[in-house]
Design a protein around this ligand. Structure first.
Ligand code: SAM
Length: 240
């Protein structure tokens, strides 16, 4: 991967950044995504935000080497605190866990006033993001699931307000876990991801059955059985 050619994962994120956007890439690491977007003139301005020294310095170096310092501002800070009010209309957060992404959005709510679109790529627990979006009146506009180098990634695109209502009241739990759009499309990556997750959960339940029963193990077993049932609800026999 470099700033001319992104991984499929980051290319999928890039695809959903509106043309000409001013965007902030939070947890930017080498700033590949902002450099790619600005080099190709697909965006007009970007902030590359990083909380850790090493990646922050890599991002700074990358932006200077590419000659993009006038259109990409590299800033050190936690989550959305690197954004000034009204500076961006789109935020990307990729390559972290879903609960960390949701926490970053929650801690930075006041910075979201001017933001129209969020493009989020959780490595795990997209569920936490769907819940956050729903609780905070962001509409999930679309989702993608892709496989790259034997890993499966989800990309969630949200816009402020009630633009779309993708959840059906009768299947909402399953759709929050697996994704309302992804559950309908059920592509190969989706089927693979959830068959693997389900097999893992079944293995854990098997181990818990041989362990001493405590309140904790009983609760874990119940949670995993519930998730298995939700996967079966969507995949049916395909998940066996
Ligand atoms: N976004 C890039 C990608 O998708 O390839 C880099 C992903 S990297 C695995 C995650 C990056 O997020 C790390 O560089 C880490 O330092 C940064 N990070 C984690 N928590 C953060 C936070 N609260 N604020 C800003 N950056 C954060």
């Amino acid at each position: 991967m470099n700033t001319d050619r992104l991984s499929n994962r980051l290319e999928t994120v890039a695809k959903y950044i509106p043309a000409g956007a001013k965007f902030a890439d939070i947890g930017s690491d080498h700033a590949y995504l902002p450099c790619y977007m600005l080099k190709k003139q697909k965006a007009s301005f970007a902030i590359a935000g990083e909380v850790v020294d090493g990646p922050f310095l890599s991002a700074q170096k990358q932006v200077v080497n590419e000659g993009l310092s006038d259109v990409i501002s590299v800033r050190k800070g936690n989550g959305l605190e690197v954004i000034n009010d009204g500076e961006v209309d789109c935020i990307t957060i990729a390559g972290m866990g879903g609960s960390l992404i949701a926490a970053i959005l929650d801690d930075g709510k006041d910075k979201l006033r001017s933001v129209k679109r969020l493009v989020l790529q959780p490595n795990v627990s997209a569920y936490s993001i769907r819940i956050w979006l729903m609780d905070n009146e962001w509409s999930l506009m679309t989702e993608e699931i892709i496989e790259e180098d034997d890993k499966i990634y989800e990309v969630l695109v949200a816009e402020k307000g009630e633009g779309k209502k993708p959840y059906s009241s009768s299947h909402i739990d399953a759709e929050l876990l697996l994704g309302p759009y992804l559950s309908k499309e059920k592509n190969q990556a989706f089927q693979k991801k959830w068959s693997i997750e389900k097999a893992n959960w079944e293995r854990i339940i098997g181990r818990l059955e041989t362990a001493n029963e405590t309140e904790e193990t009983a609760a874990k077993r119940q949670e995993l059985s519930w998730k298995i049932a939700l996967v079966q609800e969507v995949l049916g026999n395909e998940s066996n």
